[in-house]
Design a protein around this ligand. Sequence first.
Ligand code: CU
Length: 80
Amino acid sequence: MTPATVKSGQPVEFQVSAADVNHGFGIYDENLVLIAQTQAMPGYTNKLIHTFDKPGKFKILCLEYCGLAHHVMITELTVE
Ligand SMILES: [Cu+2]
Protein backbone atom coordinates (compact mmCIF):
# COMPACT_ATOMS: atom_id res chain seq x y z
CA MET A 1 0.00 0.00 0.00
CA THR A 2 1.35 3.40 -0.97
CA PRO A 3 1.67 5.52 1.03
CA ALA A 4 1.58 3.63 4.33
CA THR A 5 1.14 6.83 6.32
CA VAL A 6 -1.76 9.30 6.03
CA LYS A 7 -3.03 12.27 8.04
CA SER A 8 -6.02 12.31 10.37
CA GLY A 9 -8.81 14.81 9.79
CA GLN A 10 -8.45 14.75 6.01
CA PRO A 11 -10.32 12.47 3.58
CA VAL A 12 -8.14 9.63 2.27
CA GLU A 13 -9.03 8.00 -1.04
CA PHE A 14 -8.07 4.34 -1.30
CA GLN A 15 -7.93 2.99 -4.85
CA VAL A 16 -8.41 -0.75 -4.47
CA SER A 17 -7.93 -3.42 -7.12
CA ALA A 18 -6.66 -6.99 -7.37
CA ALA A 19 -4.28 -8.79 -9.71
CA ASP A 20 -5.72 -12.29 -9.41
CA VAL A 21 -9.07 -13.00 -7.72
CA ASN A 22 -11.62 -11.15 -5.58
CA HIS A 23 -10.41 -10.02 -2.18
CA GLY A 24 -11.86 -7.85 0.53
CA PHE A 25 -10.19 -4.66 1.80
CA GLY A 26 -11.09 -4.03 5.41
CA ILE A 27 -9.69 -1.28 7.65
CA TYR A 28 -9.66 -2.09 11.38
CA ASP A 29 -8.94 0.22 14.29
CA GLU A 30 -6.66 -0.60 17.23
CA ASN A 31 -9.47 -2.62 18.89
CA LEU A 32 -9.87 -4.63 15.66
CA VAL A 33 -13.25 -3.05 14.96
CA LEU A 34 -14.00 -2.83 11.24
CA ILE A 35 -14.34 0.86 10.35
CA ALA A 36 -14.43 0.83 6.52
CA GLN A 37 -14.35 -1.74 3.74
CA THR A 38 -14.66 -2.34 0.01
CA GLN A 39 -14.03 -5.18 -2.43
CA ALA A 40 -10.77 -5.67 -4.32
CA MET A 41 -11.62 -6.99 -7.76
CA PRO A 42 -9.50 -7.83 -10.83
CA GLY A 43 -9.95 -5.37 -13.69
CA TYR A 44 -11.76 -2.79 -11.61
CA THR A 45 -10.67 -0.08 -9.18
CA ASN A 46 -12.96 0.59 -6.25
CA LYS A 47 -12.62 3.95 -4.53
CA LEU A 48 -13.06 4.08 -0.78
CA ILE A 49 -12.96 7.50 0.87
CA HIS A 50 -12.48 7.56 4.63
CA THR A 51 -11.57 10.30 7.09
CA PHE A 52 -9.67 9.04 10.14
CA ASP A 53 -10.69 11.09 13.16
CA LYS A 54 -7.66 10.24 15.27
CA PRO A 55 -4.05 9.16 14.82
CA GLY A 56 -3.04 5.56 15.37
CA LYS A 57 -2.08 2.26 13.80
CA PHE A 58 -4.77 0.65 11.68
CA LYS A 59 -4.77 -2.85 10.24
CA ILE A 60 -5.79 -3.73 6.69
CA LEU A 61 -7.05 -7.29 6.33
CA CYS A 62 -8.51 -9.28 3.47
CA LEU A 63 -12.23 -9.78 4.11
CA GLU A 64 -12.97 -12.54 1.65
CA TYR A 65 -11.52 -16.04 1.59
CA CYS A 66 -9.30 -15.91 -1.49
CA GLY A 67 -7.04 -18.95 -1.27
CA LEU A 68 -4.29 -20.58 0.77
CA ALA A 69 -2.51 -17.29 1.54
CA HIS A 70 -5.65 -15.47 2.73
CA HIS A 71 -4.52 -15.41 6.35
CA VAL A 72 -1.28 -13.58 5.51
CA MET A 73 -3.02 -10.74 3.65
CA ILE A 74 -2.47 -8.19 6.36
CA THR A 75 -0.72 -4.84 6.48
CA GLU A 76 -0.63 -1.77 8.65
CA LEU A 77 -1.56 1.86 8.01
CA THR A 78 -0.23 4.66 10.17
CA VAL A 79 -2.43 7.69 10.72
CA GLU A 80 -0.52 10.75 11.99
CU1 CU B 1 -8.40 -13.22 1.32
